[in-house]
Ligand binder design. Structure first.
Ligand code: MOS
Length: 742
């Protein structure tokens, strides 16, 4: 563990602008589909129109002879590859969901490819489809572990299952119980930038421009699929227009672009259309969450039971672990959690911002609101009565937890004291006003990361790392991490990322990038600073010549001795004598004693809603949140992520849902006009504060990561506020007008 010394703290400066902001607003930042690759041609994915069966035949004669067409790939003609099992890339003729890729047309231009796709004649052998979730619940099964089915009665429990104590005995003792079912719908990712890939081959080596949350993983995945060495695959991704989990997997279009490029021997671009975002690129599964709580008269949880059922595709499992945080968030004496999957003819489930916690905190924090009401207890008091002083699931101490301060700070700023516990009491004209609150939490993750830092004779600094910036601020905080270790202004740091030839880093998922990448940058910068000091002390032309290296410090790009600060030399003056840059590479790993503590981020989130008494439209007037996320590395990019997460939580509570046609298994509302996400008018005021208490036990810079916690709890706070306003408890999300009228 490196603890920041006083010198580094003094040198810590935040960039007050987003490093990549100017490039983005001027349009200079290039996204995957925008790279001007010579001779690029266009691939268009043709999707199945049935949910289940086989493709019997595809007559592609007319398409192949259409204007501009270079190739048609079908299950009967596509090159053989070795994909992961989460994608369908024309390797066989099975159809497992409506919208599955069944062909790719490659043409000179995109309009020609789209036109030729209409000329394909596809014959199917349909089979009965599994599309009725409720009817199939009786056939649910535990998730597989590494593809292996769980055998009843065997240990360990299936993935996502946890037990502590005798739940049934504890329920029997409970003074008050809640027993309810909460349901959340399928949701689809819609970042501003849809998925896109440009793939090209040269001398047997594959290069891709792709919008991805993990260039290193993608390189590995493509190498495996095409039987190449990882070094024969080059992935470039300098900018991502939003990831949120959907770009954490290598989906079919990436492989199909590379396959098509092989077939036509030219670079091929496949850009997923907005409509195709509701198809072969994953979605957040629906959840059915049965929650049973038993408490004593003081509100102490004696028993917690959280049983989750969700859909899984017919080809690979994905578990939205809605009950995972239930195992650690409150100190319930006994507990039982379970996840079960219902196989359906739908596309893959996948990671979507706080996968598990987003859906899980919604249901659980609403259940707690119901319990608080039964106990006639303030919702904050109920949570404090069950405050977990250590991780109750892992029985480990927290590396850092200041959730009490979050409740207190947010309650104060929100003016929670004004809340009327009995619903439907506050009216302003025709509006019913309600207050609600919930706890937010998300785990802290780190993975190995390597970075290079170089000081140039000009005095500027270069930082390189094979990570990626999803739009979250990775460029910005990498510049800051190098600058604080070196003692230079962060505006003098140039950052390079998103290229698989750079030193290796992990995927940007699980809110892990800040805590993984910045420590590596920081350590490399400390190492190069030491080299710089050694150089100065050994350079007879330097004013620092023969100074004790221990006595030399840096600030604002100048080396100086601590005892005689006027004995100094700028970095640029020192390095320009040799004209050679100096550099260092360092790797940072999770703390050696990581298994001895548990690390999570925390928050308290409060919402005020106004519900129209007649039309039942819900307006979220304001949300106030206070978060304990460790060090807030950069105010602008950090607060922005929390605000974005909260906006998403509002949509989760009130707007977002994919409607699946029960006969054909197609998403009916596959556009952003009918798939509702909150717009500015829906969001109101979002007031976010961070405690900014570093967690040095978890990571050297004290940051725990911030990308996902914002969505957690936010939807429940809104839902609880709607109940407080109306007295109507809606447990089937989103809370749409019709459900409030019924
Ligand atoms: Mo996040 S859903 O782990 O990209």
């Amino acid at each position: 563990m490196i603890n920041l010394d006083e010198e580094t703290k003094q040198n810590a400066k935040q960039l007050d602008h987003r490093y990549d902001g100017r490039l983005k607003v001027t349009g200079a930042a290039k996204y995957a589909a925008e790279f001007p690759v010579k001779d690029v041609v266009h691939g268009y994915i043709v999707q199945s129109t049935i949910p289940s069966g086989t493709v019997a035949s595809i007559d592609d004669a007319a398409a192949r002879h259409a204007s501009g067409v270079l190739a048609v790939m079908t299950p009967f003609s596509a090159p053989k590859v070795t994909p992961n099992n989460n994608v369908n890339v024309l390797q066989d003729n099975r159809v497992l969901y409506n919208g599955q890729p069944i062909a790719v047309v490659v043409a000179r231009s995109l309009p020609e490819a789209i036109h030729a796709a209409t000329l394909l004649r596809v014959n199917y052998n349909p089979t009965p489809a599994r599309l009725d979730f409720d009817a199939l619940i009786s056939e649910s099964r535990p998730p597989k572990r590494n593809g292996v089915a769980w055998e009843p009665g065997t240990s360990p429990l299936p993935p996502g299952a946890n037990r502590r104590g005798d739940v049934d005995a504890a329920f029997a003792k409970a003074a008050v119980t809640v027993d309810q079912i909460y349901t959340t719908p399928i949701q689809n990712h819609n970042p501003m930038e849809p998925h896109a890939t440009i793939a090209s081959w040269e001398n047997g080596k594959l290069s891709v421009y792709d919008s991805t949350q993990g260039i290193t993983g993608e390189r590995q995945n493509l190498a495996h699929a095409f039987g190449l060495q990882p070094n024969d695959v080059h992935v470039e991704c300098p900018f991502v227009g939003g990831g949120f989990g959907c770009k954490g997997s290598v989906w079919s279009h990436v492989l199909l672009a590379a396959m098509a490029a092989k077939v036509v021997q030219r670079p091929v671009k496949i850009a997923i259309t907005r409509e195709q975002m509701f198809g072969p690129v994953g979605s957040r599964p629906n959840t059915r969450q049965h929650i049973k709580l038993g408490a004593d008269a003081t509100g102490k949880l004696l028993a917690t039971q959280h049983d989750v059922t969700l859909y899984a595709s017919m080809f690979a499992d994905f578990v939205e672990g809605s009950a995972n945080q239930t195992n650690m968030l409150y100190a319930s004496e006994t507990l039982s959690t379970n996840h079960r999957l219902v196989e359906m003819n739908l596309g893959m489930g996948t990671f979507q911002r706080a996968p598990g916690e987003a859906t899980g905190t919604l249901a659980f924090e609403v259940a707690l609101d119901e319990l608080a009401e039964k106990l006639n207890m303030d919702p904050i008091q109920l949570r404090l009565a069950n405050y977990a002083e250590e991780d109750p699931g892992k029985k480990l101490p927290w590396s850092s937890k200041h959730l009490r301060e979050c409740y207190a700070d947010a309650a104060e700023r929100f003016n929670w004291a004004r809340r009327k516990p009995t619903p439907g009491q506050v009216r302003e004209g025709n509006k019913l006003i309600g207050f609600g609150m919930a706890t937010a939490t998300y785990g802290a993750n780190r993975s190995n990361s390597t970075a290079i830092v170089r000081i140039l004779p000009s005095g500027r600094v270069y930082v390189g790392c094979g990570t990626q910036d999803l739009g979250t601020g990775t460029y910005t905080i990498m510049a800051q991490a190098a600058a604080m270790a070196l003692g230079v202004d962060p505006s003098l740091v140039d950052v390079e990322l998103g290229d698989s030839t750079l030193p290796r880093s992990g995927g940007s998922g699980g809110s892990q990038t800040a805590a993984s990448v910045c420590p590596a940058v920081y350590q490399a910068a400390l190492d190069v600073k030491q080299k710089l000091i050694n150089l100065a002390c050994n350079d007879s032309a330097s004013p620092l010549h023969l100074a004790n290296t221990e006595s030399v410090s840096t600030r604002d790009g100048v080396l100086f001795t601590k005892s005689f600060p006027t004995k100094s030399e700028p970095f640029a003056a020192l390095l320009s004598r040799s004209g050679t840059p100096i550099e260092a590479t360092a790797t940072a790993e999770p703390a050696k004693d990581r298994s001895t503590f548990s690390s999570h981020s925390w928050g308290a989130v409060f919402a005020e809603v106004a519900v129209d008494a007649d039309t039942r439209t819900v307006q979220v007037r304001r949300v106030v949140g206070t978060y304990d996320i460790g060090t807030l590395m950069n105010r602008k990019t950090g607060i922005n992520q929390l605000q974005g997460g909260i906006a998403w939580g509002i949509g989760f509570a009130l707007h977002e849902e994919a409607h699946i046609d029960p006969t054909h298994g197609l998403t009916v509302n596959r556009n952003i006009a009918e798939y509702h996400v909150p717009v500015n008018a829906d969001v109101g005021e979002i007031d976010v504060a961070c405690l900014n208490i570093p967690d040095y036990r978890f990571s050297p810079l004290g940051a725990r990561g911030i990308g996902e916690i914002g969505i957690t709890g936010a939807a429940a706070a809104v839902a609880n506020a709607v109940y407080n306003a109306t007295g109507k408890r809606v447990r089937d999300f989103p809370i749409t007008i019709d459900k409030l009228m019924a």
